[in-house]
Design a protein around this ligand. Sequence first.
Ligand SMILES: *Cc1c(COP(=O)(O)O)cnc(C)c1O
Length: 302
Amino acid sequence: LKPFDRVLTTPLSAFATTLAIIRAGGSPVFVDVDAQGLVDLDVCRAFLEQNRDVRFFVPVHLFGRSLDLGKLADLKSDFSLKIVEDCAQSVLARFGGRLTGSVGQIATTSFYPTKNLGAFGDAGAVFTDDQDLQRRCVSLRNYGQSSRYVHDELGLNSRLDELHAAILVQALIPRLGHWTERRCEIAKRYLTEIKNPHLRIIPVPRESNPVWHLFPVLITADRRTAFRDQLESDGVQSAIHYPRLISDQEALVNGGQRFEVYRQLANARRLTLEEVSLPIHPQLSDTDVDRVIASASNWAPK
Ligand SMILES: *Cc1c(COP(=O)(O)O)cnc(C)c1O
């Protein structure tokens, strides 16, 4: 990546996704999302056909839902793309049996404590099956040292400390499968038991096996606050993912940062106004789940 090389990405994600592109010296190009809220790979293809020089892409498997990995792999080969898959929300998610993180040259994840696989503090990991990239990552995370006190390039201190690593390996990873199953069980109950004509649940494509990092529902913008207030008074926490597009953030708009918006971001913008995330995590009890279902089902506009 050379300074100001353009990098395709989504405007609907954690700000960190775009920050990584900018920190690497690239200029983000924001492409709209599809009906699920994931970056629209057909729009990406249209952009790439018109912009043959663009070779970088940072897609996000948002909400714990995998992008269509067949389509992603086709884009990669048709346009010789370098892809970094943001798997912070999608550890173990699959599409057509294939795991997220298996298409790009690199995949990343976050072990922030609220993620499906979190540590007890800030942490993260990079995945690759390319040995040269692997060696480079190992060097970069340790001040760019190729061997002790030998610095071939400017790196950073981005090591995962031993304590977090041990907790991850011994306590958390062994439970991840079980926790993911529990998330799926809760999602299944929400999908079948929440009955409310004012709420829309974003359908999951047949080949997609989400890991339900979040459980997003949609409600019209004018009703969202009242709905969330009702949940709150029933003791049910909710959140919005995300209330503002990355391309609308002050840091970009007035930050002198170079970026582009391709066509309209209508779907992404609609999600910022209509999305509500219901509680979903493996520690919810059946009674908690009952309460979420009752509260979400009983709400009606006044
Ligand atoms: C949480 C998250 C990040 C940032 O992770 P950090 O551990 O804070 O670097 C990036 N992308 C997505 C999609 C996330 O959900």
